[in-house]
Design a protein around this ligand. Structure first.
Ligand code: HEM
Length: 406
């Protein structure tokens, strides 16, 4: 049965038409096993063959529905690499990214077989402060493109912080990512050196219903309240008010946040839900019953105490000021090796037009007061400008680097 026919039957006849495969349990739809199994049998490589476009007015990997896996590679520009050399690097990367995202080998690909599974690969380029100096474009560096101030909760380590450039490589298959990262960094050796690499994951495709909010390693649904692509584009994307290179661009903040899962483990369920202000099972606010219910910050219990604590994460992170909103697109990391010590947490990635106006007020509020701070510690921090996308024939950051700009 084709996709369309399946969907039509479902719409016409509801669950019964599918032989009762789609059930409702406790008010929640349950993943339709029959259908996904049938689909998988029909197109066993459907996940691997799926692609995301690499060119367009905006780079992919920001509004793109998050893929299951991500790797961020931060790079530093080598001494002596100037604007002309950076332009050469951008040409190589743009070409290789276009090929890889279509499931074709890169130009100098020594493992072409590994390139045949695009799995919704996206590669997003970010520019750190240092690249503006190397390219003699310091005068075009946005004021917000600088390291974040150090917050009282921070325990930052150099090995997870900073960078002149970043490549955010996402896909639904780790093999695809590994190959793309190797090809892109290998081809860049004469221009840049790797400063740090971070890897993150969400649920694999097919293991949870499409559109589900991800769970982080504290067990919470993470990403419920987020800007909606299209409707909330102003929060994320620069338009014609920006300099040419930043039109269709944004900024990317990457914070590596460690979680102390050993001490979180001993907190009872009530305490964990109190910390966030939402329930662990459904992700609903403590004042509601469904994930997307709006939290009622004025609600009080029978003793007159606020149901959502004044220091709960959602209350502190929530803002009535639309200009302070951000797009969160983080991934879990888990590098734990021992039985007790944990090296796990969240690669917290935020996209917004302006770091100073949007990200900083929020981060400051959380730094001042947030129950979650007891279990979370930022250990890495980096800020990048994401230039606009590429039209056919154009290379990444062309409007920043080409002669005559600025
Ligand atoms: C490891 C660290 C963090 C964890 C585990 C975490 C977890 C959560 C959870 C479970 C929610 C509620 C569900 C949702 O709307 O996503 C939430 C909401 C939110 N978080 Fe975090 N968070 C972390 C760090 C941060 C940081 C560093 C920021 C920003 C600087 C932030 C900003 C937000 C925002 C804006 C919301 C939505 C608030 C609303 O409008 O309801 N979070 N977070």
């Amino acid at each position: 049965v084709s996709d369309g026919v399946d969907r039509r039957r479902f719409l016409q006849g509801g669950a019964a038409a599918l032989g009762g495969a789609a059930l409702a349990l406790g008010g929640r739809a349950v993943w339709d096993e029959t259908r996904s199994a049938a689909e998988a049998a029909e197109r066993p490589d459907a996940v691997g063959r799926a692609t995301e476009p690499s060119d367009g007015p905006r780079q992919a990997g920001v509004s793109t529905v998050p893929q299951a896996f991500a790797t961020w590679v931060a790079l530093d520009v080598l001494d002596g690499v100037d604007r002309a050399a950076l332009t050469r690097l951008m040409r190589i990367w743009t070409d290789d990214i276009a090929r890889l995202t279509r499931g074709r080998p890169g130009l100098a690909d020594t493992e072409p077989e590994l390139a045949t599974v695009p799995a919704r690969l996206t590669v997003t380029l970010g520019l750190g402060p240092g690249v503006f100096a190397a390219a003699d474009r310091e005068h075009l560096r946005p004021a917000w493109l600088a390291p974040l101030p150090v917050f009282s909760v921070d325990r930052l380590e150099d090995r997870w912080s900073g960078g002149d450039l970043v490549l955010q490589v996402c896909a639904d298959d780790e093999l695809t990512i590994s190959h793309a990262v190797r090809l892109l960094t290998k081809g860049a050796r004469t221009f840049v050196r790797v400063r740090w690499t971070q890897r993150g994951f969400r649920s694999s495709p097919g293991s949870v219903p499409p559109g589900s909010t991800m769970r982080n390693l504290m067990g919470q649904l993470d990403g419920t309240v987020n800007p909606v692509p299209g409707a909330d584009d102003d929060i994320v994307w620069h338009g014609s008010e920006a300099p040419a290179w930043l039109v269709g661009g944004t900024s990317m903040v990457i914070r590596r946040i460690a979680m102390d899962l050993d001490t979180w483990d001993v907190v009872d369920r009530g305490g964990r839900e109190f910390t966030i202000g939402r329930r662990l099972d459904t992700g609903a606010p403590l004042t509601g019953s469904r994930e997307h219910d709006v939290p009622d910050l004025d609600a009080v219990d029978e003793l007159g105490l606020p149901v959502i604590d004044p220091a709960a994460h959602v209350r502190r992170a929530r803002t009535g000021d639309a200009r302070e909103r951000i797009l969160r697109r983080g991934y879990n990391f888990d590098d734990a090796t021992g039985t007790t010590a944990t090296d796990s947490g969240l690669v917290f990635v935020a996209f917004q037009r302006d770091v100073t106006a949007q990200y900083l007020p929020l981060q400051r509020r959380l730094d001042e007061l947030d129950l979650l701070n007891r279990w979370t510690t930022p250990v890495g921090s980096a800020v990048f400008a994401v230039p606009g996308g590429t039209r056919t024939g154009e290379h990444l950051a062309q409007r920043l680097l080409e002669p005559g700009t600025g």
